[in-house]
Design a protein around this ligand. Structure first.
Ligand code: KE4
Length: 430
C-alpha cells in the first residue's frame, strides 16, 4: 500500500484555504474515488510525491510537457532570459520570434496575438470572430472544452464534465444565450443550427481532435464538412488547438488532417510548461484586433519573455529531434499494449489515440460523442486509475481526459505502463 501520509495532511491544509484544495478542479480526483497526491518534483517522464513515491507521469501537466519534466535545454533557455529580465510591459524580439515560428509551422495562421492561457485564446478568438463578422451567435460542440469563459461553459468537457456540471453555475442565461450547441461529429446537427439561425452565426469553434471527453478523433468528413459549411454560411471556422497544437504534428491537427481553419487557438506546448496562449488566423481577420481594429483584447503577461523563451526552445527541439516520430512510435506501442491487456482479461474496452494523446474507455463501442461514454465506464475508470496509481503510474484523474506521452518516456517506460495496466485490468475483471 502506497504511503500518502504527507499528501493527506497537505490536502487537509489546502482544502482550508482553496476550494477543493486545488487551483483547478481537473486536479481534484473527485471522480476517481481517491484523494490527490501532492507532487514534490518532476524529472523526465516521472514525478515524485511529497511522500517520496515515484510515478510514471501521463498527465504531463495536461499537455504542455511534451518534452517531459524540466527538459535541460528549456530550463537553460529560461535561466538565460532571466538574466535579461522577467517582464517589461513593452514588446520584445522574442515575441516576434515565437510568432514567426508559429506562422511558419501552422497552415491557418498568418498573424497572431500571444496571451497567457488557452481560455484567453479562445475567448479572444471568438470576440474577434464576432467583431469581424458582425454576428452574435457561436456554435460549440457538446463535450468540447475551450476554457472557462462564461459563454463557453455550456455543455463543456474536461473538469466540467468530470464534475457532472457541463453547464456551470454562475453563468447567466444572458451570457449563454448566443451559444448554440450540437453533438460532436454530427454535421447534420450543425447544419440545422445554421438553418435555424440564418446569417447569425459568427463562428464554429471545435477541438479538431477532441481531448476533453477523452480522446475522440474526427469522423471521416467531419472537419472537411465543417470547413465547407462555415464558408458557405459566412461564418468562421475556429480550431481550438490548445491541446492538439504542436502535440499531434508540428503543423498541428490542421496539418495532420489537411483542413485549414480561419482561426486557430494555441496554448500548452507553445509555452513549454509556462503560462501561455495564442490566437491567430487569416490576416484580414486579425486586423480586427486592437490597436489595429475595434476588437479590444489586452494582457499584462501576454508574450511574457520567460514563457516565450521556454516555448521557443520547445518548438526548436520538436523539429531538431523529430520528436513527433518518437511520440508516434511510443503511442502505437502503448495502444497495442492496452488493447492486448483488455483482450487477455476479456474485458470490454476501447482505446482511442491520435499521436501521443490516448484514452482507454471501458466501453464495448467507439466514442464519437460525449454521450457514448457510459456511467459504467466512468466507474470502472476510477478503479483502473486507483490500481494504476498503486502500480506507480499517474494518469489524468478522469475518464474524460487525454493521457499524454512525452519525449522523455522510453520504450521501457511504456512496457512498464503496459505491465501495470495488465495487472490493473485483471483486478477489474475479477
Ligand atoms: P487553459 O485556460 O486551461 O490554459 O486552457 C483552456 C483549454 C482550452 N482548450 C482546450 C482544448 C483545452 O484542453 C484547454 C484546457 N485543458 C484542460 C485539460 N483538459 C486543462 C486542465 C485544467 O483545466 O486544469
Amino acid at each position: 500500500m502506497t504511503d500518502t501520509t504527507r499528501s493527506q495532511s497537505a490536502f487537509a491544509r489546502a482544502k482550508v484555504l482553496m476550494p477543493g484544495g486545488v487551483n483547478s478542479p481537473a486536479r481534484a480526483c473527485s471522480s476517481v474515488g481517491v484523494d490527490p497526491v501532492f507532487v514534490a518534483t518532476g524529472e523526465g517522464a516521472r514525478v515524485v510525491d511529497v511522500d517520496g513515491n515515484s510515478y510514471l507521469d501521463y498527465i504531463c501537466a495536461f499537455g504542455p510537457l511534451i518534452l517531459g519534466h524540466r527538459p535541460p535545454e528549456v530550463v537553460a533557455a529560461m535561466e538565460a532570459q532571466l538574466k535579461s529580465g522577467i517582464c517589461f510591459g513593452a514588446p520584445t524580439e522574442l515575441e516576434t520570434a515565437l510568432a514567426q515560428a508559429v506562422v511558419d509551422a501552422v497552415p491557418g495562421v498568418e498573424r497572431l496575438r500571444l496571451v497567457s492561457s488557452g481560455t484567453e485564446a479562445t475567448m479572444s478568438a471568438l470576440r474577434t470572430a464576432r467583431g469581424f463578422t458582425g454576428r452574435d451567435k457561436i456554435i460549440k460542440l457538446e463535450g468540447n472544452y475551450h476554457g472557462h469563459a462564461d459563454f463557453l461553459l455550456v455543455k463543456a468537457g474536461s473538469g466540467a464534465l468530470t464534475l457532472g456540471k457541463p453547464s456551470s453555475g454562475g453563468v447567466t442565461p444572458g451570457a449563454a444565450t448566443d451559444t448554440l450547441i450540437a453533438p460532436h461529429n454530427d454535421l447534420a446537427a450543425v447544419r440545422a443550427l445554421f438553418d435555424a439561425n440564418p446569417d447569425e452565426v459568427a463562428a464554429v469553434i471545435i477541438e479538431p481532435v477532441a481531448g476533453n471527453m477523452g480522446v475522440v478523433p474526427p469522423n471521416k468528413g467531419w472537419l472537411e464538412g465543417l470547413k465547407e459549411l462555415t464558408a458557405e454560411r459566412g461564418a468562421l471556422l475556429i480550431f481550438d488547438e490548445v491541446m492538439t497544437g504542436f502535440r499531434v504534428a508540428m503543423g498541428c491537427a490542421q496539418a495532420r488532417y489537411g483542413v485549414t481553419p480561419d482561426m486557430t487557438c494555441l496554448g500548452k506546448v507553445i509555452g513549454g510548461g509556462m503560462p501561455i496562449g495564442a490566437y491567430g488566423g487569416r490576416a484580414d481577420v486579425m486586423r480586427t484586433v486592437a490597436p489595429e481594429g475595434p476588437v479590444y483584447q489586452a494582457g499584462t503577461n501576454s508574450g511574457n519573455p520567460v514563457c516565450v523563451a521556454a516555448g521557443l526552445k520547445t518548438l526548436e527541439i520538436l523539429v531538431r529531434d523529430s520528436v513527433h516520430d518518437h511520440l508516434e512510435a511510443l503511442g502505437a506501442r502503448l495502444e497495442a499494449g492496452l488493447r492486448g491487456a483488455l483482450a487477455a482479461a476479456d474485458l470490454p474496452g476501447t482505446v482511442q489515440r491520435v499521436g501521443s494523446m490516448i484514452t482507454l474507455f471501458f466501453t464495448d463501442h467507439a466514442i464519437e460523442r460525449v454521450d457514448d461514454v457510459t456511467p459504467e465506464s466512468v466507474e470502472r475508470f476510477g478503479a483502473f486509475y486507483r490500481a494504476m496509481r498503486a502500480h506507480g503510474v499517474m494518469l489524468p484523474p478522469s475518464q474524460y481526459e487525454a493521457w499524454f506521452i512525452s519525449a522523455a518516456h522510453t520504450e521501457a517506460d511504456i512496457d512498464e505502463t503496459i505491465e501495470a495496466a495488465k495487472q490493473a485490468i485483471l483486478s477489474l475483471a475479477r
